[in-house]
Ligand binder design. Structure first.
Ligand code: NAG
Length: 548
């Protein structure tokens, strides 16, 4: 306790010094920022050039201390560098920016940014003539008058803030600076990192999912990766004593996913919810960028839906989707605004070659989070009637176009929370049922809608230690729908249930035979276990669900 007090006194002393710096930058009128600037995502207008960057730190105990600079001059990036958990202070990055066509010859552009204690030019041979300007937070700017800037393609055109030692930025032209901002922080707050874009913004690469020339298409389902802001904490890692018990959740999860991406070479990845781990992910953007980077680097298209944890302690589903939609190789879409949830959409996987026909349709729906009527229906929320109506209408609308495909067109679906029908011990299953099925208490009829529209397989996440596929029959007992679990992949989410190894499910699709094979791969084991396809089974043959 005494150490905390000493620390607080030191912090206050540091703040007093800092306030002098802060006041220097402050507009005396303390103008309030227009509300439009309060968007959580900084707006990046094409054609803007950054002309200055600074950091303000302010005290939450000293009312005269403010983190807002003159809004006519400075744009504040709306992310507290202490993630809202600084004991006595907040801090923000501010930028000055100008429309490119309004830059005067003497206006400065920023050619480089670094973070560090020392002037980057000191001790660097041949760079003695470079002039770096110092800013708070250990920022160094290399600026030049526009008329002298020989290479304006290098000029900084946008600035953002990310968090954590493992922060990455998958957006085209963006780069996260090597060093964290030097802030007077205490405790376990994730380090703040500046990310910058150089040159003109280029549109993100689009991945068009398409059946390979050999008629095959492989989907990797990433269920419950539970990424944090920063490397996160492992929950029930298996085995627990690996590497002497040191376990960074996201590092281990990223290594696992990376290995299987390289070995299995999927054509598409579905992230079936709980990508962002509630409590430990106050900055969802940093968490989302980590999985995106892994896939963007390998040019693999990916589609995301949300789970119950994604928006617990951070920006909303709508804001996250707005961000995800702009990332390279992203197939994700918010979907219609007049039905419940964010992320109700479908992805058409095109036939091979340059065909304009869809071979596979993948429906993705938002299963929300917790029950809106806990007294009547305990536990989790359910798919709403307007979502199911949207699904049926969409499936009907696509039917005619799908008849143009030369082989058997197939439909699949992904959701986060299991359907009530998963919770039926009578059904034949392949794989492990290790924990209770936490399906909603109210059955809104999505399983029946899927069967009615001829969807062959639905896969969910949510229950990390359940990793089975169950066969749901029709009234006459014939196979009607395979209902699978992905199996939890992330070390930031719970494991347990008697030594559960994280795993990842694949769907290997062969359009020549209208066949779907599924299997899982595990994170830990000896060489032969690591290479093994676990519970490999054919769930669809000749375009029909196949019985056991
Ligand atoms: C791998 O482990 C399994 C038991 O989990 C064992 O049956 C098998 O022989 C082992 N293989 C090798 C190559 O060590």
């Amino acid at each position: 306790m005494t150490r905390r007090i000493v620390r607080a006194v030191c912090q206050l002393a540091a703040l007093t010094v800092f306030s002098i710096v802060v006041v220097y930058f402050l507009d005396s009128r303390f103008r309030v920022l227009p509300s439009a600037i309060h968007n959580v995502m900084p707006a990046h207008h094409p054609g803007l050039i950054i002309t200055d960057i600074t950091v303000t730190q302010c005290s939450s105990v000293n009312l005269l201390s403010s983190c807002k600079l003159d809004a006519d001059l400075w744009h504040r990036i709306e992310k507290d560098l202490f993630l809202g958990s600084g004991w006595v202070s907040s801090a923000y990055v501010h930028v000055q920016r100008k429309k490119e066509e309004e830059l005067l010859a003497d206006d400065k552009v920023i050619l480089d940014v670094k973070v560090g204690r020392l002037d980057p030019s000191s001790g660097q041979k041949g760079q003695e003539n470079e002039r770096w300007e110092s800013r708070p937070g250990g920022l160094w700017l290399k600026r030049s008058a526009k008329r002298h800037a020989s290479d304006s393609a290098k000029a900084i055109t946008a600035v953002d803030v990310l968090f954590g030692a493992d922060a990455v930025d998958p957006r085209p032209g963006w780069e996260t600076l090597d060093h964290a901002l030097l802030l007077d922080k205490t405790g376990e707050i994730q380090e703040a990192r500046v990310s910058v874009r150089r040159g003109k913004p280029s549109p993100p690469a689009k991945g068009i999912p398409r059946i390979r020339d050999n008629g095959k298409f492989k989907i990797m389902q990433l269920a419950d990766i539970h990424f944090s802001t920063g490397t996160g904490h492992c929950r029930e890692p298996e085995p627990a004593d690996l590497d002497g018990g040191k376990c960074e959740a996201d590092t281990r999860t990223l290594n696992f996913i990376g290995r299987l991406l390289d070995e299995e070479k999927p054509d598409m990845v579905v992230l079936s919810g709980d990508q962002v781990n509630g409590d430990t992910a106050p900055d969802a953007q940093s968490a989302i960028f980590k999985y995106a980077e892994l896939l963007v680097k390998r040019k693999i298209p990916y589609a995301s839906i949300f789970g119950n944890h994604d928006d617990e302690k951070t920006i909303s589903r709508a804001q996250q989707m707005e961000l995800i939609e702009t990332l390279p190789y992203s197939l994700s879409m918010a979907g219609p605004g007049d039905i419940d949830g964010v992320g109700n959409y479908y992805v058409e996987v095109m036939s091979k070659g340059s065909s304009k026909h869809s071979a596979l349709t993948i429906y993705l729906l938002d299963t929300h989070a917790y029950s809106p009527d806990e007294r009547t229906f305990k536990g989790y929320d359910w798919l709403k009637k307007n979502q199911i109506d949207w699904f049926k209408k969409t499936a009907d609308g696509l039917k005619k176009a799908h008849e143009g495909y030369s082989h058997i067109h197939m439909d699949l679906a992904f959701i986060h929370i299991p359907l009530p029908e998963y919770n039926n011990a009578e059904l034949p299953i392949v794989g492990q049922w290790r924990e209770g099925v936490t399906a909603p208490g109210f059955n809104s009829g999505f399983r029946d809608a899927l069967v009615e529209k001829g969807v062959l397989m639905v896969s969910c996440g949510h229950d990390h230690a359940n990793e089975y596929c169950a066969l749901s029959p029709d009234e006459t007992g014939n196979p009607a729908l395979w209902m699978c679990y992905g199996g939890g992949a992330g070390f930031g989410g719970y494991g347990g249930y008697g030594g559960y190894h994280r795993r990842i499910r694949f769907f290997d699709i062969d359009m020549n035979e209208a066949r779907i094979t599924t299997y899982k791969r595990i994170e830990y084991g000896n060489e032969s276990e690591l290479a093994r396809k676990i519970d490999e089974q054919i769930i669809v043959e000749g375009g029909k669900p196949k019985g056991l």
